[in-house]
Unconditional design. Structure first.
Ligand code: UDP
Length: 373
């Protein structure tokens, strides 16, 4: 894709608001397709090199047109600061539409600012519901969906959630999830994957990749200790790229630090390295949203350690959900014993997240709601 190619958005100007790693991953292809029509506003929610810069570069995206620099404040302050700064940016630039993605504070703040400035709003990855009101993300996604003029629902399950909340059909489009094209474009080939195995001192199908960053799992040291001890008991090595939030919790607690030394702890990986390892591993153990989707594309089983999930499409096929506790070791050990048949079976199941055309469907749908279209 050439970023300079004229796009389905025509001459419309579109502000794309993002602030975290998964938003860059899932908006990367949309921004490239929008080409010169797109302005990127980075809120600064996670503006460090490992979680931001390397992902912008991986997708060949330009530096953001604006960085709001809100930093890691608590939720209400962060949302408030983004809305205020975005309001100024939008009033100066008067775009034809705003795109936000997912369920972050940046997404809900982008939605609120678009609404306050009377600019049409596109919500990418719309209609996901965990029905778990303890999660701030659930509130963020509900607000963004109800403010959106165009709800881009990855699956029919998501469309049905939106309908159930009274969102009219003409505001919904089912697109697939843009994660499919993200994985397809950045999954490294066999040579790079072999090099990654050597670098991390692991063997194909004989290691686990694990990530944890959700407050419900990492903020309480007792819960985090249960998870780390369980991971340490899995009978193959566990590669553990540590999210900055989790790293801070481990750093604060000597017991957690010692327990975590039994894992192969690494800094957050760039996207290509993460996908390469995920494609070669025996299984994934995570509380991430995006990794549940990636497992269905890479055909790997994923153990989701969460109280709830907003991605029921993969439950019973690629994903099993448990709460922190002994089931983590039990289930992963059973899965290890079931290889390679388990991988062969998963390889026959299509991903529920579409065929890699979500980004182009979304870009094609934008002109119909921009002013003057
Ligand atoms: N990821 C990555 N490097 C890592 C860990 C995760 O590139 O070291 C990617 C992963 O492939 C997924 C995304 O980051 O696409 C998930 O981000 P995160 O778990 O932070 O957010 P969530 O998906 O839960 O919103």
């Amino acid at each position: 894709m050439d970023p300079a190619t004229p796009t389905a958005a025509g001459n419309k100007s579109v502000v794309v608001v993002l602030g975290t790693r998964p938003e860059i991953i899932k908006l990367g292809h949309i921004i490239r397709l929008l080409g010169s029509a797109a302005s990127i506003v980075h809120t600064g929610q996670h503006f460090d090199t490992g979680l931001s810069q390397v992902f912008l570069e991986a997708f060949g995206l330009p530096a953001p047109d604006a960085v709001l620099g809100v930093g890691g404040a608590r939720r209400g302050i962060q949302i408030g600061r983004i809305v205020e700064k975005l309001d100024s940016f939008l009033r100066t630039n008067s775009p034809d539409a705003i795109v936000v993605q997912g369920d972050t504070n940046s997404a809900v703040a982008g939605a609120l600012a678009a609404n306050a400035c009377d600019i049409p709003l596109v919500h990418v990855e719309s209609g996901l519901r965990s029905f778990d009101r303890r999660m701030p993300e659930e509130h963020n996604r509900v607000v963004a969906d109800h403010l959106a003029d165009l709800c881009c629902a990855p699956t029919e399950v998501n469309r049905s959630n939106l309908r159930d909340e009274g969102i009219p059909e003409d505001r919904i489009v089912v697109t697939g999830n843009t994660i499919v094209e993200a994985v397809e474009s950045l999954l490294p080939g066999p040579d790079r994957r072999a090099a990654l195995l050597v670098q991390h001192k692991v063997e194909q199908d004989r290691f686990v990749v694990s990530t944890f960053h959700r407050p419900e799992n990492v903020d309480d040291p007792v819960t985090l200790r249960i998870i780390i001890d369980q991971l340490a008991h899995i009978p193959v090595p566990v590669v553990f790229p540590v999210h900055p939030r989790t790293a801070a919790r481990i750093q604060d607690d000597v017991g957690l630090r010692e327990a975590a030394e039994q894992l192969l702890m690494v800094e957050p990986l760039d996207y290509e390295a993460f996908l390469g390892l995920a494609a070669e591993c025996a299984m994934l153990v995570t509380d991430s949203g995006g990794i549940q989707e990636e497992a269905s594309i890479l055909k790997r089983p994923v153990l989701v350690v969460r109280r709830s999930t907003e991605r029921p499409e993969v439950l019973g096929t690629f994903a099993t959900r448990v709460e922190p506790g002994p089931q983590i070791t039990e289930i992963t050990t059973n899965w290890l014993a079931a290889l390679p048949d388990l991988h062969l079976r998963l390889a026959t199941i299509p991903s529920p997240y579409g065929d890699g055309t979500a980004s182009s469907r979304i870009v094609a749908a934008i002109p119909r709601l921009t002013k003057g279209a």
